[in-house]
Structures are given as C-alpha cells and as structure tokens.
Design a protein around this ligand. Structure first.
Ligand code: NAP
Length: 272
C-alpha cells in the first residue's frame, strides 16, 4: 500500500475538488482566490458545455479507484474535497477508498435532502426503477425531472405521457409518449408554475437532490397540489459529511492549519 508522506511544507498545498455541483464551483471560486493554495476542480465531463469554475480544471474519469490513487500521487494532492452530487455515489465511494488507501484527508460535502412540508404530497421510492414502475398509467401526465442519465428506466412506460427535462440531449431511449425540454437550472418559481400548468402535469418524478437550484418545481407542486414521486438518495459514504461549503472551508483550514500569513501542515493527517 502506498502512502502520501507528509513533509514539512515548502510549497502551496494542492487540493482536489471533485465537482459537478454549484457548491463545488462556489468552493473552487473561494479557494482559487487564495495564493497559498493550488486548487484543481475535477469534472466527469457529462455536460457538453459545463459552467467551469475559476482556477485549474481537469475533465474526465480517473479510471476507477486505482486511477484515482495514481492521480492523487502524481499530482501530489494533499486534501480531497468531495463536492459531487448526492446521486453520484460511485465517484464518492472511489474517493473514500482512494483517500483511505493513501491516508489523504477527505472532506465530504453533502447538501441536506429536501424534507416534505405541509401540503406536500410525496411518495418516497428507493430508486428510478421503483419510480418507473409506479407512474405508468394512462391518465398520468408526468414531469420527469431526473437528469438524463437514468431516463432509460422509463423507456418501456408506454401508457403515461412524459415531459422530460434535461441539460443535454439524452443518450437513452425516451418513453414513447414524451416531450423533451433541454434547459439548465436554476429554475424560477413562476416559470415552473407556468410549465406545470401549460402541460397539465398531474405527477412529478424527482430525485431528492436538495439545494435551491431545482427546488422551485417542488414549491410549485406544493402550491398546485401535484403529487411527487421522490427518489431517495443512494448511500454515498461511510464517513461523516458536512452540509455547507462554509463548513468545508473551516475543515480545510483545520487540516491545513492555515492562518492568513503562514501554513503549517498538521503532524498527523486525519481521515474525516
Ligand atoms: P458516478 O456514478 O458517481 O460516477 C461515475 C464515474 O464518473 C466515476 O466512477 C468516475 O469515473 C466519473 N466521475 C464522476 N464524477 C467525477 C468527477 N467529479 N471528476 C472525475 N470523474 C468523475 O457519477 P454520476 O452520477 O455519473 O455523475 C457524474 C457527475 O455529474 C458527478 O461529478 C456529479 O457531481 C455530477 N452530477 C450528477 C448528478 C446525478 O444525478 N447523478 C446530477 C448533477 C450533477 P472513473 O471511475 O473513471 O474515475
């Protein structure tokens, strides 16, 4: 097993942010402003025109856990921040294993899930397949708002009608009766109202992504009393997570023991 050593620092610490979320970009922007850190943002490359954060960016998979381990060693990464989407579970488990293998500190940011409020009518399901098996009835006009990667689960739903929204053209087969909208959030409440009304939507399928960028559909559903099939998150981590970018910055500071004037690396790395 290889180990990243912990020398007395003579260079600026190198931090890898696993991204693909607005929080990751926010962190990259804040950290890129610091001259005493080198920050690299990593994207999977799923979106054709990603909103790239300031600072250094790399795009594409690492090649599984072994590829990520090699990358962390080659790039002399000293802290990893996992700020990926709550439904991106593979990269998170890879990061957890790679960091544990190398004793590189890992800070995991996980935005809190949405919680149902008064007048919300949610049916929680464990995954997209369960959602697909629930919604396929002739009377249903479904707003399918789960991104594009797992749309294939609905391809055999021939009875319901679907309004599918994604950022890029889906690769997977769409349901027979469907209309595709290509649009990127954040989405505004009035626009969501208008769309749900115009399309006579009777049911929404959503991932429990949390955050604000796509929450307006949930608020609109509440006001219009439209039921939501809410897909639960996969289990991502075995380690404790932090809920806010500010918490991550604080934890990073603890790891790096930085003051405005100097940076002293902790004598012992800790696995968060
Ligand atoms: P995933 O299933 O966890 O990851 C699949 C593979 O994609 C990983 O094994 C890794 O490839 C690569 N990958 C994922 N995130 C990466 C990153 N930040 N940098 C480099 N490689 C990455 O993830 P996913 O659900 O396909 O999501 C892909 C990306 O889209 C994530 O970064 C996530 O933050 C973002 N995103 C996902 C969703 C969603 O609903 N899933 C929604 C919004 C944004 P290797 O094994 O080759 O390293």
């Amino acid at each position: 097993m290889q180990s990243v050593t912990n020398p007395t620092r003579s260079h600026s610490p190198r931090v890898l942010i696993l991204g693909g979320t607005s929080e990751a970009s926010e962190l990259a922007t804040q950290l890129a402003a610091r001259a005493d850190l080198t920050v690299i943002s990593s994207f999977a490359g799923r979106v054709s025109q990603p909103r790239l954060p300031v600072g250094i960016v790399r795009v594409g998979g690492f090649g599984g856990v072994t590829g990520l381990i090699s990358y962390l060693i080659d790039e002399n990464i000293e802290v990893v921040i996992d700020a990926t989407h709550p439904f991106a579970s593979k990269i998170s488990s890879n990061a957890e294993l790679a960091c544990k293998t190398l004793s590189v500190p890992l800070i995991a940011l996980e935005r809190p899930p949405w919680e149902p409020k008064e007048h919300d009518c949610w049916c929680a399901v464990p995954d997209v397949q369960a959602a697909a098996s629930m919604v396929n009835h002739k009377r249903n006009r479904v707003f399918l708002s789960i991104g594009r990667q797992e749309l294939g689960a609905f391809s055999n739903c021939e009875d319901a009608w679907f309004l599918v929204r994604a950022i890029d053209e889906p690769n997977e087969k769409l349901p027979a009766n469907s209309k595709l909208i290509l649009k990127r959030g954040p989405f505004h409440l009035n626009d969501e109202f208008q769309m749900l009304r115009d399309e006579f939507i009777s049911l929404i399928v959503s991932k429990n992504s949390g955050g604000t960028a796509t929450y307006s559909k949930i608020e609109a559903a509440r006001a219009l009393r439209i039921p939501v099939v809410m897909i639960d998150r996969p289990r991502k981590y075995n380690l404790p997570t932090l809920a806010r970018p500010d918490d991550v910055l604080q934890k990073l500071g603890e790891f790096l023991q930085m003051t405005p004037d100097c940076a002293v690396y902790p004598t012992e790395k800790r696995y968060l």
